[in-house]
Ligand binder design. Sequence first.
Ligand code: F3S
Length: 283
Amino acid sequence: MEVIKAKTAGFCFGVKRAVDTVYEQVSTCDGPIYTYGPIIHNEEVVKDLESKGVIVLRTEEALDEITKGTVVIRSHGVEKRIYDKLEKKGIRIVDATCPFVKKIHNIVRKESADGKYILIIGNPEHPEVTGIRGWAGSEAAVVQNAEDINKIDFSKKEKICVVSQTTFNYNKFKDLVEIIKKKSYDVSVLNTICNATKERQMEAQSIAESVDAMIVIGDKHSSNTQKLFEICRKACNNTYYIQTLDDLDLNQLGSVETVGITAGASTPNNIIEEVQNNVRIIF
Ligand code: F3S
């Protein structure tokens, strides 16, 4: 019996770094520790941190009310004005913005100061995109489809700089860039898509293709885990979607010789290991 665990299972680099940062603060710093928004979309982790005294500020109003302590900025990053606000209040900032996201902040800030019109390809509701938008000047817009682009009056926008939300679909990005290029002569495009998701999906698929059963671990509401499950099920009929070890019916797996394991971006390592160890023991 062989168990193959995907190397890319679970947290990506930026999320791991952000979660580790909060735990580090818990053990080293005095005074209230806040995270601006849940540090990760995983209830278990957020609850564990809350049990250690970490308070989640879920709205900007909640942020406005605090008067002291430390605020950890999560991997998605935030608008510049949030830093300004916290600095003005004398609140300590621990910045766990993913360096790949920070890079986009720096790009849009610089290009916008150089007089370019910034186009951010992404979901305008997503906190990462709101954060990026907050580093560009007033001459900027978020677009996620051709319709959004067609609404913009390009006649007064000479130089354009295009960036992307890190998790945006690459093919869609390419198509939208083509449309934008037809609107202006001076368009600089920076592909700021992060490969972590794609690499996780590609590895999951290749493992699923080679095993008798595949286990995908992640929160039922996590869209990237759902996607991972779909990919694996296509490659291996015998694929199971579980949140924790409790959901795994080992009898269901049947008599198999090889089992693959992968996990969504917000699944903590201890849950993955627990599943891995139990599958090994049973078979
Ligand atoms: Fe993760 Fe950072 Fe990429 S948070 S998905 S490594 S942009």
